[in-house]
Design a protein around this ligand. Structure first.
Ligand SMILES: *[C@@H]1O[C@H](CO)[C@@H](O)[C@H](O)[C@H]1NC(C)=O
Ligand SMILES: *[C@@H]1O[C@H](CO)[C@@H](O)[C@H](O)[C@H]1NC(C)=O
Ligand SMILES: *[C@@H]1O[C@H](CO)[C@@H](O)[C@H](O)[C@H]1NC(C)=O
Length: 306
């Protein structure tokens, strides 16, 4: 009945926050089962899981599949991982929408210097549940962190914790607010609670939505065409910075990508994005934002450099 995305820098208290939230939910009146999905579930070692982009992408894929398998109308799933990439949170949001459930983000807002100190304190201890990162990995993760922004649908509602200032407890304001949001009974007073609505697969496509999907289809096709064309011009040379026009991010791919792979990526993207298109608002709103999202998606999926 809900998906909660925990988000924060490495060593910012996320696992503690997830545990407190789970406890608080279990003590609430909600009858839903609560489950935490995290890296320990897969016995993944942090230094290895974040050793390079391939390993990291793999990790995200594993967690996302588990979320996909687990979300349902009668449980509350808490994803406890960095979830530090905006596009990734967006994908998790899409999964919640496809299931037609509530969604929220719980953010541990801790300054880098404190996270760094906590990481150093944990190093070499190997205490259960308090796992440290290698320094180099830690710095890289900190640098690439994309802070949640409540103006994004996929970062909203956003509940913020300040573990460094106030600690984390079952009774922390943000935890209580999240519990209240997640378990609130729906009545006339609960208009602020958003149940994400499922999608193309389960609903009839109305005209405007069909139109948006058509736009999405066309925009992604244009991007794919630009890549194919640039690749054929480059004759297998490196392809950094294929430009699609002003205001759009460059496409950065360090290897040649065949048409079947491009088609597959485009299909997956369409599937993920199509699920968001039936909220009554248009999906990525216009061709440019569709292109921007698709390029971000491609850059992430095709990036093999650290
Ligand atoms: C990435 O890291 C994993 C785990 O440490 C390792 O097995 C793999 O060989 C690495 N891949 C690259 C391309 O460095
Ligand atoms: C990762 O490496 C750091 C130092 O290199 C070490 O202190 C830490 O315990 C390692 N973490 C794991 C989970 O092995
Ligand atoms: C693409 O690569 C260039 C340098 O090759 C870099 O400056 C730019 O930030 C990269 N863009 C993206 C979206 O990764």
């Amino acid at each position: 009945m809900a998906l909660v995305v925990i988000c924060g820098q490495p060593c910012s208290g996320k696992s503690m926050a997830a545990l407190c939230l789970a406890e608080a939910l279990k003590e609430s009146e909600s009858k839903d089962t609560v489950r935490i999905i995290d890296e320990t579930l897969f016995h993944l070692d942090r230094n290895q899981s974040y050793a390079n982009m391939t390993a990291e992408k793999n990790l995200r894929g594993v967690l996302r599949s588990e979320v996909d398998r687990s979300v349902s109308k009668d449980n509350i799933i808490i994803v406890d991982s960095l979830n530090s990439i905006k596009g990734y949170r967006y994908e998790l949001w899409c999964l919640a929408r496809a299931t037609g459930i509530r969604y929220c983000v719980l953010y541990c807002d801790v300054e880098e210097t404190h996270c760094r100190k906590w990481n150093e304190e944990r190093q070499g201890k190997g205490e259960k549940g308090e796992v440290a990162y290698d320094d180099k990995i830690f710095e890289d993760l900190v640098r690439r962190f994309e802070k949640p922004d409540r103006r994004n649908r996929w970062d909203s509602p956003l509940f913020e914790l300040w573990p460094h200032k106030n600690g984390i407890e079952k009774s922390s304001d943000a935890i209580l607010d999240a519990v209240s949001y997640l378990t609130k009974k729906l009545d006339s007073k609960s208009r602020d609670v958003k149940i994400l609505q499922p999608t193309i697969a389960t609903q009839n496509t109305r005209f405007s939505e069909a139109n948006s999907l058509y736009e999405l289809d066309r925009a992604t096709q244009e991007v794919t065409n630009a890549i194919v064309e640039a690749q054929s011009k480059a004759l297998g040379g490196p392809l950094n910075g294929i430009s699609l026009g002003q205001g759009l991010p460059n496409i950065n791919i360090s290897r040649s990508v065949g048409l079947p792979e491009l088609r597959r990526l485009r299909r997956t993207f369409m599937k993920l994005t199509g699920q968001t298109s039936l909220s009554g608002r248009p999906p990525p709103s216009d061709a440019d934002s569709a292109k921007r999202m698709f390029v971000d998606y491609l850059n992430r999926e095709l990036d093999t450099t650290a």
